[in-house]
Design a protein around this ligand. Structure first.
Ligand SMILES: *Cc1c(COP(=O)(O)O)cnc(C)c1O
Length: 465
């Protein structure tokens, strides 16, 4: 076997080898092989570069995760120092290590009141598997083992393991998975699609009411928990209308249902506060987090657990038969600590909340007049621009009488953005999604918007508008 240097192949060689040997996640292989995969080679700040030398402004922060931007030496140095001192040791058998303890302490500090205990894993999906196992264990300890049902939302995304797929509300994923009756779903609070004939505040109460209806349908004493993202990310950046979260929380308390806020995207500054729960004023019982925790430099996730749950597990739980070889990996924890230090010391979270976030929102809203744009949604540095067939008649692509199938125009716009305008954005159905690194400057936001405007115009031209 020979392993060649990384640089002495052509793009076509890499594409051929990739097609021959690599199965990428969430990919239609035949389609990708026909087109040829993009080979990303390096990145700096908010820019990525591919093997053909094209520079692309990364409007997605990788996959919602590179919060402090690319090329931060401090994170490399934190990893190097920890690898040198202690590259690995487990936290299973009455052992721990300093980075894991220190990170647990720091997370207790920056999360909302009462969330004082951390369980570590390596991915958001694993964090949500931990959430399920911990919730069921908790209700066993409480003498109510029948409380098994976990309610979540249509188009919610909680990961891709078997349990996380069930937890999520993605229909296409369910079709390729076992669907378990313990997992029930309610509609998402998608005002533009489901409630635009109502005032947002009235729709908020109606959408939260779907949770109460589901709890009553399942039987309140059978429901273990409700889980949701403060802002639905992969489901299309669905920003809940005002009052939604307060009502959801009220309903959970009324029926003694545990509230889980999946902070995998919203956490670590994305919404202009440390956590989406801060932005929406929620006090969850469990809080899974991942992505921005290490800015994606190394895999790590955690579930933060409230005292009122942790104390039951500690007091009555016996051994919790759950965990991973890499739970609390010392190198990953060291990188997370340095990442959190950067977010804090450089005032990045605060800057998103008071400066770049509002500026981004205002820039995005300026696109609302464009003939293709039906709705603009944004909080902090996460946003969506919803493309529609006919704004005045509120006709969406895919609706009866529209010119294109749902999702077609979104993909056209995405392809123009990436290939013709040097901007990485994502399309969810026909919503164009933004989640740039949190270090993006006002000038870079201007650049991002002019590239996106160009992609919109090219798409409109394709449609003959
Ligand atoms: C990405 C994501 C996950 C899954 O995280 P992985 O690290 O990909 O397993 C879970 N929840 C939310 C909200 C996510 O965005």
């Amino acid at each position: 076997m020979t392993i060649l240097s990384r640089f002495n192949r052509t793009t076509a060689d890499w594409q051929r080898l990739d097609a021959a040997h690599h199965l990428e996640p969430f990919t239609d292989y035949k389609e990708l092989h026909a087109e040829g995969v993009r080979v990303v080679t390096r990145a700096e700040g908010v820019w990525i570069e591919d093997s053909e030398g094209q520079r692309i402004l990364d409007g997605m922060a990788g996959l919602w995760c590179v919060n402090v931007g690319y090329g931060r030496r401090e994170l490399v140095e934190a990893a190097t120092a920890q690898m040198t001192q202690l590259p690995y040791y487990n936290t299973f058998f009455k052992s721990t290590h300093m980075p894991a303890v220190e990170l647990a302490r720091v997370l207790a500090d920056i999360t909302p009141e009462g969330l004082n205990h951390a369980f570590f894993n390596s991915s958001g999906s694993e964090a949500n598997d931990t959430v399920c196992r911990m919730i069921w264990h908790y209700w066993d300890c409480m003498g109510k083992p029948w409380r098994k049902t976990i309610i979540s939302r249509t188009n919610g995304y909680h990961g891709s393991t078997v349990a996380a797929t069930n937890l999520g509300g993605m229909r296409m994923m369910h079709k390729q998975n076992r669907v378990w009756p313990e997992f029930q779903h309610i509609e998402q609070p998608y005002w533009y699609h489901l409630g635009h004939d109502m005032e947002p505040e009235a729709f908020a109460l109606k959408a939260a009411g779907w949770l109460e209806e589901k709890i009553l349908e399942v039987g309140p004493d059978n429901v273990a928990a409700f889980i949701a993202e403060p802002i639905q990310g992969a489901g299309g950046v669905i920003v809940p209308p005002p009052g939604y979260w307060a009502e959801i929380q009220r309903i959970c308390h009324k029926y003694g249902v545990l509230l889980v806020a999946d902070e995998v995207i919203c956490g670590f500054g994305r919404t202009g506060n440390w956590f989406g729960s801060d932005t929406f004023g929620i006090a969850p019982d469990l809080m899974p987090m991942a992505k921005g925790m290490t800015s994606g430099y190394i895999p790590l996730s955690a579930v933060m657990v409230h005292d009122r749950v942790a104390e039951v597990l500690i007091d009555k739980g016996g051994e919790f038969f759950h965990g991973f070889t890499y739970s609390g990996h010392p190198v990953a924890c060291a990188v997370a600590l340095e990442n959190i230090r950067i977010l804090n010391d450089e005032g990045i979270v605060q800057q998103v909340g008071s400066d770049t976030g509002p500026y981004f929102e205002q820039s995005l809203k300026a696109l609302a007049d464009h003939p293709l744009v039906g709705e603009v949604r944004a909080v902090g540095l996460v946003g969506a621009v919803e493309l529609v067939e006919d704004k005045a008649r509120h006709l969406l692509f895919g609706d009866p009488g529209s010119s294109h199938k749902m999702g077609r125009v979104g993909f056209m716009c995405r392809d123009h953005a990436v290939k013709d305008c040097g901007l990485m954005v994502r399309a969810v159905r026909d919503a164009m999604i933004f989640s740039p690194p949190l270090v993006i400057t006002r000038a870079e936001i201007d650049d991002m918007m002019s590239r996106f405007k160009q992609a919109l115009d090219l798409t409109a031209a394709d449609l003959g508008r």
